[in-house]
Design a protein around this ligand. Structure first.
Ligand SMILES: NC(=O)c1ccc[n+]([C@@H]2O[C@H](COP(=O)([O-])OP(=O)(O)OC[C@H]3O[C@@H](n4cnc5c(N)ncnc54)[C@H](O)[C@@H]3O)[C@@H](O)[C@H]2O)c1
Ligand SMILES: [Zn+2]
Ligand SMILES: [Zn+2]
Length: 361
């Protein structure tokens, strides 16, 4: 029997979100219904509401979640009813050309549920990142459920489902930060702070946080920043050179999605260094760089989707590091809220008052 539950919908570009009744079908082949316990508010949810991702309104928002598998489709063997899972938005297919070449983290054909969740009048919903977890229950592909140790609280574990994983992985996987490296992170929201934390975990020695908000820079120190720069008060590129013996950092990570910050990251990097773009650009923005500088500086310009993570490999490992006290995940949870407070949480995010508001159900 399809179920009726409450969920947060963005109906039209820029309009405040509202809580509506959502119809969840029973899971079909390859699908699972998950009872959501917690879901973080990520800037990408706000990008959806602003029409910055695509125009497929109405969206069922929310995608950084943990919960319990409630029911599974007939042929599902990878998860069982009652499993405690983090939802991921890149369930790898195992068959595309990237999976077949042994690089499933770049899978070109990731899975989502095939059936649609709807409003009461039958209007089909687009779940954010194929998840839609600001909702009491959601329908996903079974491969989107990654089982982890249930000792980790849902409001903390769910964060690995998007922003925190994206940041940790931007440093550890995409940027390949190693012991003794110097790293600068531009933008110290949830994603940027996770990149700082990833750099720390990977053994970086100089970790520089750049933001335009002093409060964010203060918080960044809780995630391993050894130096902070307010780029409205001093020239970030010059200061980073000064902090690195005149050279620039080995890895510069952009975690905002702004051309101006990307340019700073590009020039703040040492010769043969790496720039990682993890912030999501606005489709209207362009970037212009001297072609000779791209060549002359060498190194690598990389983009990081979901921190190039492999959920089955990374989520259980990172939860274990958290439970061992080696990874600061608690520090990302600024507040816990209910489903009715997501719009308010967007305003707090825009005002820079929170790292993560987390909806707890
Ligand atoms: N690549 C991925 O897989 C992935 C996953 C999740 C989120 N994201 C993206 O990462 C970005 C950050 O997300 P978040 O949730 O941390 O957002 P956020 O709004 O919490 O953080 C952004 C931070 O950037 C700072 N900032 C703004 N303008 C700046 C500037 N010019 N220079 C320096 N700092 C500046 C803000 O003060 C804030 O601290 C977003 O674009 C989001 O969509 C990407
Ligand atoms: Zn694949
Ligand atoms: Zn996200």
């Amino acid at each position: 029997m399809p179920q009726e539950v409450r969920g947060v919908i963005a109906k039209a570009k820029g309009e405040p979100v509202s809580v509506e009744t959502i119809v969840i079908p029973d899971p079909g082949p390859g699908e699972a219904v998950v009872a959501i316990q917690a879901c973080g508010v990520c800037h990408t949810d706000l990008h959806y509401r602003e029409g910055g991702i695509n125009d497929e309104f109405p969206f069922l928002l929310g995608h950084e979640a943990a919960g319990i598998v409630e029911s599974i489709g007939d042929d599902v063997t990878d998860v069982a009813v009652g499993d405690y899972v983090i939802l991921n938005w890149r369930a790898v297919c195992g068959q595309c050309r990237s999976c077949q070449r042994g690089k499933p983290q770049y899978c070109f054909a990731t899975h989502n549920a095939t059936q649609k969740m709807t409003l009461l009048d039958g209007t089909e919903l687009s779940p954010a990142l194929g998840i839609g977890a600001f909702c009491e229950k959601t329908l996903v592909a079974s491969g989107q459920c990654t089982k982890v140790n249930p000792e980790a609280k849902p409001e903390v574990a769910g964060l690995l489902g998007c922003g925190v994983m994206a940041g940790l992985g931007a440093a550890m996987n995409t940027g390949e930060v190693g012991r003794g490296d110097s790293v600068a992170v531009f933008g110290c929201g949830g994603v940027g702070d996770a990149a700082l934390e990833g750099a720390r975990l990977a053994g970086a020695h100089t970790i520089i946080a750049v933001d335009i908000d002093d409060k964010k820079l203060e918080w960044a120190k809780n995630f391993g920043a050894t130096h902070t720069i307010n780029s409205t008060k001093e020239d970030a590129v010059e200061k980073i050179r000064e902090l690195t013996g005149g050279n620039g950092v080995d890895v510069a990570i952009e975690a905002i999605g702004l051309p101006a910050a990307y340019e700073q990251a590009f020039y703040a990097r040492d010769l043969a260094g790496t720039v990682v773009l993890v912030g999501v650009p606005n489709p209207a923005h362009k970037i212009e760089l001297p072609f000779i500088e791209l060549f002359g500086r060498g190194g690598a310009l990389k983009s990081s989707w979901y921190g190039d993570c492999l959920p089955s490999r990374d989520f259980p490992m990172l939860i274990d590091l958290y439970l061992q006290g080696r990874l600061n995940l608690e520090g990302f949870v600024s507040e816990t809220i209910d489903l009715d407070s997501v719009e308010e949480a967007f305003h707090k995010m825009e005002a820079g008052e929170v790292l993560r508001s987390v909806v707890v159900l």
